[in-house]
Design a protein. Structure first.
Lengths: 109, 258
């Protein structure tokens, strides 16, 4: 696609194939993990092991998206930690509410 | 892109507190986008963790897959609920359609990161090309979700027999087709309520994202960013778009796999 109007004074830097290759590689990893989850959903028995594996794989994917696509790893350390550390509190919320849910289950049934 | 923003007249002798510095070496817009996304992560986490909590409060269906009937006594298995694909009526294809949706959204995230990369190189043609592909991905995803909702709301041919309290506070037993906020043929009312709220809230984010993508695409195409001297807007919208993908990764796991 050629677009007319070239008032631009910006210098266009040529493509860095190394970088673009890395992006596609990350995309490949994300798709591979998703396919693996898909296969596991049909071949493994439902239970705590499968759910734990799903959650680990999901967090692994999240790590790739945040570090490679959102470039969080390239930011300075204080910014990096001010995003990551608050998320640790969510782990507590997750554990607390998962326990709460199973306790409600025990009371009802 | 911190290099461009040195204000005119700021002397390097002013030091840390003299102004003209960028906190955390990120521009104002990028920093605020990160903190907005952090607050949005909390909102989605509240939704998804509530889902997990409510789901664990119900027994799960654990009979054989081919004799599954919806009931509000137990939570349905997702692969027995989400098993339809467009144009193939009555064809049993568990999770195939949602797998395609995930693939589309991840692909659009990849084209977005390629647009950001092109923006770093000030390459307007590449930015415009990849933004266009990202928009196509976003719109396709939304269309898929519209179909998915439509199917979920209208339900299967057979429906399920449910006993529930209707909107007139009467207990009724009847065949229920599809889903609404009072009753659904798949499982407990909370199942459909959470489905509508969580995927709806995510879809709302995708819709906003497509609007932002279009604005950035247009501005890049007419040369606004060239005149401005940098393509940081692509980067900021890229952050938002990757976040939408990130949330979907979790929605996919919790809703469709577990």
């Amino acid at each position: 696609m050629e677009i007319q109007d070239s008032k631009s004074t910006l210098q266009v830097i040529p493509r860095n194939n190394e970088k673009i290759k890395k992006i596609w590689k990350t995309a490949g990893i994300l798709l591979a993990i998703t396919v693996a989850e898909f296969v596991m959903a049909f071949t493994m028995d439902r239970g705590i092991l499968l759910y734990a594996l799903f959650i680990i794989l999901t967090i692994w994917k999240a790590k790739y998206i945040m570090m490679e696509f959102m470039h969080l790893g390239d930011e300075v350390k204080p910014l990096f930690y001010s995003i990551i550390v608050p998320l640790i509190f969510l782990v507590w919320l997750l554990i607390a509410l998962a326990k709460e849910g199973s306790d409600i289950f025990m009371m009802r049934w | 892109m911190s290099a461009h923003s040195t204000a005119i007249g700021v002397s390097s002798k002013r030091g840390t507190w003299g102004g003209g510095n960028e906190p955390l070496k990120a521009s104002y817009g990028k920093l605020m986008m990160w903190f907005f996304l952090l607050s949005d992560i909390f909102t989605f986490a509240a939704f998804l963790i509530s889902y997990l909590s409510i789901r664990l409060g119900y027994p799960a269906y654990n009979g054989p897959a081919d004799s599954f009937v919806g009931s509000n006594e137990y939570w349905p298995v997702p692969e027995l609920v989400f098993e339809a694909v467009p144009f193939l009526h009555g064809f049993h294809a568990p999770l195939v359609f949602v797998g395609i949706m995930t693939f589309i959204l991840i692909s659009s995230s990849v084209t977005m990161v390629l647009a950001v990369e092109a923006g770093h190189r000030n390459d307007r043609n590449d930015v415009v090309k990849w933004m266009l592909w990202t928009m196509v991905g976003g719109i396709t995803f939304l269309s898929c979700q519209a179909w998915e909702w439509n199917h979920f709301i209208h339900g299967t041919d057979a429906g399920s027999i449910m006993t529930y309290v209707n909107s007139l506070s009467r207990e009724v037993t009847e065949t229920v087709f599809g889903a609404n906020l009072v009753v659904n043929e798949y499982g407990p009312p909370a199942f459909a309520q959470l489905f509508f709220f969580i995927t709806g809230f995510h879809g709302f984010h995708v819709t906003i994202g497509v609007v932002l993508l279009f604005l950035a695409f247009y501005q890049a195409a007419v040369g606004v960013y060239d005149r401005r001297g940098h393509y940081e807007m692509i980067e900021k919208i890229g952050l938002y778009w990757h976040f939408v993908d990130l949330v979907w990764v979790f929605v996919f796991t919790l809703f469709y796999l577990i």
